[in-house]
Write a protein that binds this ligand. Structure first.
Ligand SMILES: [Zn+2]
Length: 109
């Protein structure tokens, strides 16, 4: 389960940014195409946050949809997985959103 190490990295990053202050809320953005399962992150968060300034913090996850532009007709395609096809039939897509994994907001006590 790679979410455990990812969640650990997120917790470390937040703790670093908080600079010793207690973190009460974290809002995370996870792209649909990032191969990170939000439920798994949620599950790991409490464990990873234990004994850090994030202990007891609430976790909010915003899922951003996958979007791509067609290289042939320049149309926009909404993706649920990293591969897909445009309405024009082309599979030559350039992914423009949905691969992100970032801390969007943090609330300190
Ligand atoms: Zn197209």
């Amino acid at each position: 389960m790679h979410e455990l190490s990812i969640t650990n990295q997120i917790v470390e990053l937040c703790a670093e940014r908080a600079g010793g202050a207690r973190v009460t809320r974290v809002r995370l953005e996870i792209g649909r195409l990032s191969a990170v399962v939000p439920d798994a992150v949620r599950f790991c968060f409490d464990v990873c946050a234990r004994n850090t300034v994030l202990e007891g913090a609430s976790l909010e996850i915003v899922e951003t949809p996958g979007r791509a532009l067609c290289r042939d007709c320049n149309g926009e395609v909404v993706l649920a997985e990293p591969v897909g096809r445009c309405r024009c039939g082309s599979a030559r897509l350039r992914i423009v959103a949905g691969e992100e994994l970032r801390v969007r907001e943090m609330e300190l006590a």
